[in-house]
Write a protein that binds this ligand. Sequence first.
Ligand code: SF4
Length: 953
Amino acid sequence: MMNSFLRNTAQDILKNHKTLQDLVIVLPNRRAGLFFKQHLGSLIDSPIWMPEIKTIEDVFYQLAAQRPADELSLIFELYKTYQNLNPVAESFDQFYFWGEMILKDFNDVDQFMANAEKLYLHLSEIKEIESDLSFLSPSQIELIKQFWNAFQRQDRRHQEKFLRFWQLLGPLYKNYQVALDVSELSYPGKIYRKVAMGLELQAVPEKKYIFVGFNAFTTTEEKLVKYFISEFGAEIYWDIDAYYLEDRHQEAGMFFREYQKDKIFGPTFPEIIPNHIEVRQANIKTYATPLKSNQANLVGAILEKVDPQENWEETVVILPDEQLLFPVLHVLPDRISKVNVTMGYPIRNAPVYAFLEAVLEMQRFVKMDGENVLFYHQQIKNLLSTIYLKTAAPEFATKLLQIVQDQNMIHIPLPMLQEGGGLYQLVFQKVEAANLFSYLADLIRALAEHLEEEPLQRTYLFQCFKQLIRFREVLEKQEIQRLDMEFMIRLFRQIFREVKLPFEGEPLQGLQLMGVLESRNLDFRRVIICNMNEDSFPPSGGLNSMIPFNIRRAFGLPVQEQNDAIYAYTFYRLLHSAEEVHMIYATASDQGKAGEKSRYIQQMQIEMGLDQKDEVVFVPIDLKATGEINIEKTPEVLAQLERYIVRNDGSSVTSFSPSAINMFIDCRLKFYLRYLAGLEEKEEVKEEVDAAVFGNIAHYSMEFLYQGCIERKKRQVLVHEDFDDLKKNWVYPAIEKGVRKFYKLEDDKDTRLNGQIAIVRDVLHRYIIRLLDIDQASAPIQILSMEKEHRASFEVKAAYGDFKVALKGFIDRVDLQQGSIRLIDYKSGADKKDFAQVEDLFDANLKKRNKAAMQTLFYGLLYQSMYPENTLPLKPALFNFKEVFKEDFNPYLQEKQARKTGVEVNDYKDYQENFEYHLSEKLSEIFNPSLLFDQTEDLDKCKNCPYKEICGR
Ligand code: SF4
């Protein structure tokens, strides 16, 4: 049978005590108590009275006949005291964070029985004497600065204010004690201190106390336990191993060595210290995984190899980082039917938190238009994409998202959202600040009802619901002066972000999944520890405290050293009974921190002479670390390219646009990602009318304008007078139509909702009048086509064989003017029109390569290829809006060497041979199987690239 401290202890107690009901067994936490009870039960074969099993907290609270109040009420009380001391106190939500920290400090001060008056006086004395902040760590100075900055940004007298703040803490502590006594509230430390101070007055307890499995006592705990041992004959069982106890360099044994020297604790240590770790010589394996997220898969793989006949209770997965909980749960082998999770799971990592955040954001931006309630599109999109709303009405959510997208809706009216049914009606409503918490609680209850099949999710939703109800009750008791939405949302965030949902499986069966500290006193045959990285196990330093390190230390409050010793003990403790240990760490950096393996691994490898190398598992591409991405032309990639090839019947699956060619010249990888891997840029609802939106509306408006004229006059030719009529009567209606087309609005939909569009209309009007002036000056003009797709089949001559590819492009306007066919492109920017030579248009290394010129010459190719019989000159033209107001505006391309007079491009055919030669070269590069799709070296090109996250640039 596996060695077990709790079982051995139960056996010993059973052997030494005839009547268990006369005993109180005190353990560090509830979990250990449950296991102890189970062991004891398994050792007894006839029904007998069980002993009382308690945690040390229970003992204190029972002796004091008082339990601590909840933290929110305590912080409210603290705030009231603070307000009395500080006439310019900030609002409660701003204070909350500091309140939590101050309360934690007060708790420590009392738990460790420090002299609060002296401690806080001391602080201010140091301040007065030194009048500098050198004894504070930079992060503490930063925290205090933030605190003060909250209500006085430009403050020249910072130091003075710091001093005043420290001085405030002493009176705050003192007055707070009085305030709590009056309202009969207390925090744990206050209760502990009260009990420890009054031990001498305690009557001899009726039952015998046995303390089991403690490691690091607080001062109050130590005082109580010692008193019970010396005065009431209490016993104590230490959960120890010679491995770390007898080696004075081992931090894991730090507390025990101190206790061994103590005159009361010393004699309670066993004569023979167990030596499990050395004797057992567990089989220890260490794994390095490149990414943190791979660890879950590795856990799954390790568990997969376990003999299914084994007791799963004897295997534990330790998760120092709660974020891994759900990934691990998802990869557990099917044959593990029971899993027991014991840990606090931060609500901010749960999907429900993201949902609540989106709901709050939605409430923040509710807009009223008369009686109508409107919601802002961004939050609606977020909400409709959450699992909760999606599963409640999948088709409705998809359809609505599509409508929002297609119609570019910025605000979505309430009735439209409520059509989704019950849950939608609950979520989408305008809520008053005072009802916010009730509204959220109702939502959570409704969500849980929808998730009957998901017991785990239901568990934490239930916890979440409980927390909200509790907060609501506490808030209702407070007199909050400010009660607007912003305040309530900030308060909710402050309070809720830090909440941990307690997962506590009662049935002690199945695979055990737990946090580090939850494993105290428990024994397992197989131990799998994830995230064995520095900063995670042990967790990084930085106690959140207003009391500087040296003062904490001087007054006997715990500092990082104690914390480290506790973690070290917990780690070695896991080895007491382990036969198989798997330690996993990540090598990739995480949030800027390098992936360094935990010092415990290093320590053990040296101590135990483990010379085997860490096993490196799962090596995916760590994009950020490698920096280079090269895509080879594998058969799959070539198959994608094949879609551009013109088949024997003249068809092709798809074709190259000038944008695709331009993208390939700019960055070969970007071309691959966009056109071959199909990673399209996400289409966003365009709210800001940016240059692209403006350009699009302008295109459409011009098309409607000329098309309307052609239809009315029943001729393709526009003469001088036509332009007068157009300018006078038709510009606004054409813009209106353009706006509708762009935003995909039905005819009866109102376009007035957005003020920006009104401005665009006016600006656009000016531009279009100007364009009409320009065209009028060159009238008559014969419109040949507008917004028409032009296609060509283009022969590529490559060293590895010739082939034909399909090309296409939409030419904004083709017209005939003074004997030339003009190929016109409207541009919203200030694109240049000159280029030195055709070759330059394809030169990837040229910083200012003229893409617009390449595009319009490409149109020449398309047009000539579609109408090979054409003998008229083909004149590419760019109507770039940023330049149309210039006096000397000229839309035609110029071939122009630096500092020389340019030559106007009058006919594409003059450039045809050269242009097609270079285009063919580019296309042959695209298809060349031996060339890679690699990244550009010009980082400027990455700046606005949608794929920069993939590239890590
Ligand atoms: S980020 Fe840079 S290297 Fe990556 S695809 Fe975009 S342009 Fe190319």
